[in-house]
Every structure is written in structure tokens, then in C-alpha cells.
Design a protein around this ligand. Structure first.
Ligand SMILES: NC(=O)c1ccc[n+]([C@@H]2O[C@H](COP(=O)([O-])OP(=O)(O)OC[C@H]3O[C@@H](n4cnc5c(N)ncnc54)[C@H](O)[C@@H]3O)[C@@H](O)[C@H]2O)c1
Length: 248
């Protein structure tokens, strides 16, 4: 396996103020890249980026806004163009919008949030940044899916719907990108300890993932070691999906 290094590379990470997006940003920087860190939580983003030094460039905004995606692309262009997009911004709408009721009672604003942040956000950022990758004849887009994209959810129904949409979108990205040296993959976690509550979700391994266990996969996908991987969804769930397959 080749040693992973990202010297003089430019990465765009959404959802970079916390969790996997923040840790991915930190690892990119440790391995030599500069990172355009994108998040709607401007205060936390500034604070985290400040701690990471000059290679961290905080650009606050809402991934639901295509103009924001274009402004991030403009910043990436000034730095020679994006080499990587890691689309982490997302969340379970029932929790993020504080609306723990069944789908049929969800306000339309909550439903819109679920679809727009989890599906349109990655679509907007891919659309804004991919032309730079095509022009450079190289680049990798990593979308964060979820096991909920397979399982479905009666409360946060848009979360699973959007994540399963990414399983298909990644194929389209791979098809459009392949002739130009651009790869796209989806990484779909089971429970990850970005929040303590995730430790309660069952897995075959009897625990939730450490953040590092996902970030290592994301960085591997961006590296040359993954040069033959594109258009696929990679489940990293401690065997959670296996638990529901045997019905006899
Ligand atoms: N943590 C898990 O157990 C788990 C499991 C499966 C999938 N995932 C997925 O992985 C990704 C990262 O998860 P995490 O737990 O690290 O997330 P997190 O909740 O720690 O961070 C998500 C970040 O996205 C930002 N964000 C939310 N809405 C935004 C918007 N409209 N515009 C810009 N930024 C916005 C938030 O401010 C936050 O900083 C998400 O897409 C999530 O759905 C997480």
C-alpha cells in the first residue's frame, strides 16, 4: 500500500465544524492538504478552523444554497482547483429539527430540511466543484451515506430516502467523471460515536464505530490506493445490516 499524502492538494469538506467532517479536515491537513471547511455553524467553524492553522479556510454557509456552493468553488479555483470533495453535511431531520413525530405528522419544513440538506447539498456541491476536477483530469468525490438508506425510517423518513438517493447519485457522478479521471464513492456508516447516543444502536460487533474508523476509510478512498474504486457504496457498519437479513 502506498503511503497516503496530500501535499499541495485542495480539499473541500462540508459539515466541517463537527464529527466526521471536522476529523476528515484535520487528517487532510496533517497529510499536507489545505481544506476549505464548509458548515452552517459559523461560530464553531471559525473556532475549529482557527485551531488548525493557515491550511484551514473556514467558509460558512448553508449547503442548501447553490450560490454558496458556487462561492466555495470560486475560492477553490483561486487555490488551483478542488482535488477532493467530502460531503459530510447532513443529519436526521427529526433530531436536527427537533420533531420526533411519525412521517405523516412531520411539518413540511422538516421534510424539506431532510431532503435538501442530505440530498440536494451533496448534489449542489458536486455540481459546483466537479468542473474543476474535470479540468484537472483528476479528483475524488466522497458522499456520506448511511445504513438508514437501506433500512428506512418512519420518523426521519427523508433521511433514509435522501441517503438511498446518494447510492444512485454516486453512480451518475462516476459515469460522468470516469472519462476525465474523476472518481466518486459513497461511504455509508452504521452508528458512529460523533454523539454518545449512537452507542445504543445495535451492530454485530456490539459497539458503534470510533470516528477514526470512518475517517480512515474516507481518506483511503481519496488516496491513490483506491484508484480502481468508483461508483460504489461502501458500508462501514460493524455488521449492522447483516443482523436483519436472516429471517428464518
Ligand atoms: N454519526 C453517525 O452515526 C452517522 C451514521 C450514518 C451516517 N452519518 C452521516 O455522516 C455524515 C456526518 O455525520 P456526523 O455524525 O459526523 O455529523 P455531525 O452532526 O457531527 O456534523 C454534521 C455537520 O453538518 C453541519 N450542517 C448541518 N446542516 C447544514 C447545512 N444546511 N449546511 C451546512 N452545514 C450543515 C452541522 O452544523 C454539523 O457541523 C452525515 O451526513 C450523517 O448523516 C452519520
Amino acid at each position: 500500500m502506498k503511503e497516503i499524502a496530500f501535499h499541495s492538494k485542495v480539499a473541500v469538506v462540508t459539515g466541517a465544524a463537527s464529527g466526521m467532517g471536522l476529523h476528515t479536515s484535520k487528517e487532510f491537513i496533517r497529510l499536507g492538504a489545505s481544506v476549505l471547511m464548509c458548515d452552517v455553524n459559523a461560530e464553531r467553524l471559525e473556532e475549529e478552523a482557527r485551531a488548525l492553522g493557515d491550511a484551514a479556510i473556514p467558509l460558512a454557509g448553508d449547503v442548501r444554497d447553490f450560490k454558496y456552493a458556487l462561492s466555495v468553488a470560486e475560492e477553490a479555483k483561486k487555490r488551483g482547483g478542488a482535488d477532493f470533495l467530502v460531503a459530510c453535511a447532513g443529519g436526521y431531520e427529526a433530531r436536527c429539527c427537533n420533531s420526533m413525530v411519525p412521517f405523516y405528522e412531520q411539518p413540511i419544513e422538516v421534510i424539506d430540511w431532510g431532503i435538501d440538506v442530505n440530498l440536494k447539498g451533496p448534489v449542489y456541491f458536486s455540481r459546483a466543484l466537479m468542473p474543476q476536477m474535470v479540468a484537472k483530469k483528476s479528483g475524488v468525490i466522497v458522499l456520506l451515506g448511511s445504513v438508514t438508506g437501506f433500512e428506512g425510517d418512519g420518523v426521519g423518513a427523508m433521511y433514509g430516502t435522501a441517503k438511498s438517493g446518494l447510492f444512485n447519485f454516486v453512480k451518475g457522478l462516476a459515469m460522468a467523471g470516469a472519462p476525465h479521471g474523476v472518481r466518486a464513492v459513497c461511504v455509508s456508516p452504521g452508528p458512529v460515536l460523533t454523539r454518545a447516543a449512537m452507542s445504543g444502536m445495535p451492530t454485530l460487533l456490539g459497539r458503534a464505530a470510533e470516528i477514526r474508523e470512518l475517517v480512515d476509510v474516507i481518506l483511503f478512498m481519496c488516496s491513490e490506493n483506491a484508484s480502481f474504486i468508483t461508483g460504489t457504496n461502501h458500508v462501514v457498519d460493524g455488521g449492522r445490516l447483516c443482523m436483519y437479513q436472516k429471517t428464518y
